[in-house]
Design a protein around this ligand. Sequence first.
Ligand code: SAH
Length: 277
Amino acid sequence: MSKPAFKFPEFEPGSVWLVGAGPGDPGLLTLHAAEAIQRADVIVYDALVSQSVLDLTPGETTLESAGKRGGTPSPKQADITLRLIQLAREGKRVLRLKGGDPFVFGRGGEEALGLVAAGIPFRIVPGITAGIGGLAYAGIPATHRDTNHIVTLVTGHDASGEIAGIDWEALARGSQVLVLYMALKHLSEIRARLLSGGRRPEEPLAVVRQATTQDQQVLVTTLGDCIDDVAEAGIQPPALVVLGEVVRLREGLDWLSALDGRALNPDPLATPFKSSD
Ligand code: SAH
């Protein structure tokens, strides 16, 4: 019996697809995302969506930046949602393309609820979130049996842009591995609170910037030294911060550098940790 062929869902005019574009490498798009890029009439994209993903857009498709529309540098979330509703009501196939996964610190839920309120049909297409896929490109697994049974994805900002709403001391005690999004701005305060919650200054910490893109940059340091080392390396957002023993596995799993001839260590956890990369 022949297997049923995969059938791409109909992208209906007047509907909105909220689609994760993954962390940057276009090879990490889902089949749904890649196909939707071909079928959309208009693509409303975030600043985090990589240029190489946008380059897949057919010439006749309208590309609209959600970050720069109408000359305003950063439109309010409500304005973006209203724009999606307006385009859908014009009968367009609207592709809302967001970095990583739309439901992981991506406000996808807020936009989708706006569509629900307006009665606009929509579909969610998950994407590879930077905190998992981006770390994998740096050779750092989110979990590994010998290091952690728990991993926590945390944002370094809360809705007010501050870190007041997060109990960092409890996180320090409760999660062996912390993956921090949007954390560079408040790293100094986060570091202080994780130390006061009992994390060791010599614990491995990595910062991964522009993960999965041609410009990927990885800094391996410690919780104690991270502020000085990030400043010295001049690392700017967007970047992920990962704290925990999993960072040591990079010595063995940095497959990207291995493609360039770097020798990998098959037993990194048995080797004393060196913070220089
Ligand atoms: N929805 C996205 C996250 C949006 S929040 C996702 O699932 O990945 C924005 C933050 O995500 C950035 O400040 C940065 O911390 C992280 N981020 C997104 N893409 C990244 C990338 N390619 N490299 C490093 N960090 C990234």
